[in-house]
Design a protein around this ligand. Structure first.
Ligand SMILES: [Zn+2]
Length: 470
């Protein structure tokens, strides 16, 4: 345990806060499972697994040693290096009695950069006050990595034999290149082939300011993220001698057409259910529009109402928006080129090519060149299924009996999209419960409520026993 931690932990224990299950933090923190979880969490936060520092293999080796100590065979533990990073795969052998394919469990070992001079606390040391654990990765995603790891260790020690294999697949560059993710999803199916995947890196419960649970979100889809560059070239010339064609004006005319266009309204079983449950909670005129949309996605007025809400428009259609401009080279010269970046969030099933051809039709000018930036990943919606939702409900409702559990579509960016693209339905179901306004993933002073850490210690155990127990 870290020295910084002990005095603060003392305070937390002295407060004897009552958790929802009626068990105090002190009791929770004293179990062997809790102590092991805090030990591993503390160690993981101390390893700065930022891109370029080459520390992910060290973290993978540390985790591998913990799995080995707990009784996992060396032959079931695989560290797969790529460049300066690595992924880790650990197979929990089942007895095969269910006849079902394995369940994959996802997380990522890397973290976003954190500069000590910008932080109030040291980013790569786990510290705490009465309410929070602080440090880079306390949420994203060393919390998930810790919980999955200690769940495997605990189940192994209990002598639990699943009725199908359980496979941990931790990636090593989720925040940047996703090379390890691609390798796990598309190239190492010998290790990762599964019926479905459960991701620790997203989803989870939302609390309001008073700590009341609002909803528990299951991330079941991600929109495709893609940016296009639109460029107009022109011979240019002296600005005192204007010519009828002009790169900037031509580009603007094209962009105006994109601005005025709305992509068709879309929905799936999952998004309609999201609006039904959220609408009932929210009530009022917006809540009613959500419920009307859920009942009938062809309800134009309801769709129009949702379209003016930046929080919801992305859940009913593909969106494209101009985000950057670059044009001209001197105040007294006609522009020789003008370039705009148009960023799109594409509804699953629509496809990058179809959006591109829509945009080309809209700008209606063959002098505007289109370039797709990067290598966008298209992934389908993983429609919610009963057995998984029942297991999640069991784990969540022990803590928050009345909370609504809702599937949702994220704007894109987790390992899940590659596994979905590889044909493995994926749901992200973090054990975290917190006020979304207090989340600082990727930002300064990233933190996790201590209550969420201890209250969630049984989350994955309950779910895995439900889905793979006898
Ligand atoms: Zn993450």
């Amino acid at each position: 345990m870290n020295l910084n931690l002990q005095p603060a932990l003392g305070i937390a224990l002295a407060l004897l806060l009552i958790s929802t299950s009626g068990i105090t933090f002190a009791q929770q923190a004293n179990s062997e499972h809790a102590k092991k979880s805090l030990e591993i969490y503390t160690r993981l936060i101390s390893i700065p697994t930022v891109k370029g520092r080459g520390k992910v293999p060290e973290m993978a080796a540390y985790l591998a040693s913990e799995f080995e100590k707990a009784g996992f065979a060396k032959s079931d533990i695989h560290i797969l290096p790529i460049d300066k990073t690595a992924s880790l795969v650990v197979r929990y052998q089942g007895d095969g009695s269910s006849g079902k394919a394995p369940i994959l469990l996802l997380g990522h070992m890397d973290v976003v950069e954190a500069l000590p001079k910008d932080w109030e606390r040291p980013p790569f040391t786990l510290t705490q006050d009465e309410d929070y654990f602080y440090g880079r990765g306390t949420i994203d995603n060393k919390f998930g990595i810790t919980m999955l790891t200690t769940t495997f260790i605990r189940l192994k020690k209990q002598g639990f034999v699943p009725n199908r294999d359980l496979i941990i697949a931790f990636s090593g560059d989720e925040e940047t290149d996703m090379f390890t993710t691609r390798m796990l999803a598309y190239e190492r199916q010998d290790l990762t082939s599964a019926e479905y995947a459960l991701n620790s890196d997203s989803g989870g419960g939302d609390l309001n300011k008073e700590g009341k649970a609002i909803s528990y979100l299951v991330q079941a889809a991600e929109k495709t993220y893609v940016s296009f560059e639109l460029t107009v070239y022109n011979p240019g010339g002296h600005s005192s001698r204007p010519r009828p064609d002009n790169a900037i004006y031509e580009l603007m005319d094209g962009l105006k057409h994109i601005q005025q266009y709305q992509f068709p309204v879309m929905s799936s079983m999952m998004t309609r259910n999201f609006f039904r449950v959220s609408g009932k909670q929210l009530a009022g005129e917006l809540g009613e529009a959500m419920v009307r949309f859920a009942d009938n996605p062809k309800d134009k007025a309801a769709a129009e109402r949702l379209s003016i809400e930046s929080s919801y428009v992305g859940s009913i259609r593909t969106t494209c928006i101009t985000t950057m401009l670059r044009a001209g080279h001197a105040a007294n010269a006609l522009p020789q080129s003008a370039t705009a970046t148009v960023n799109c969030r594409i509804f699953p099933g629509v496809g990058v090519e179809s959006v591109k051809s829509t945009l080309i039709k809209l700008v209606d000018n063959k002098d505007i060149e289109f370039v797709v930036l990067g290598d966008p990943t298209e992934s389908p919606i993983s429609e919610l299924r009963d057995d998984v939702m029942t297991a999640v409900e069991k784990a969540v409702k022990i803590r928050y009996p009345k909370v609504d559990i809702i599937g949702y579509m994220a704007s894109g960016g987790t390992d899940g999209m590659h596994f979905r693209a590889a044909g493995i339905p994926t749901w992200a179901i973090s054990s975290n419960f917190m006020n979304p306004d207090e989340k600082f993933s990727h930002g300064l002073n990233e933190r996790l409520p201590i209550k969420a850490f201890y209250d969630g210690l049984d989350h994955w155990t309950i779910i895995l026993k439900e889905l793979a127990g006898k």
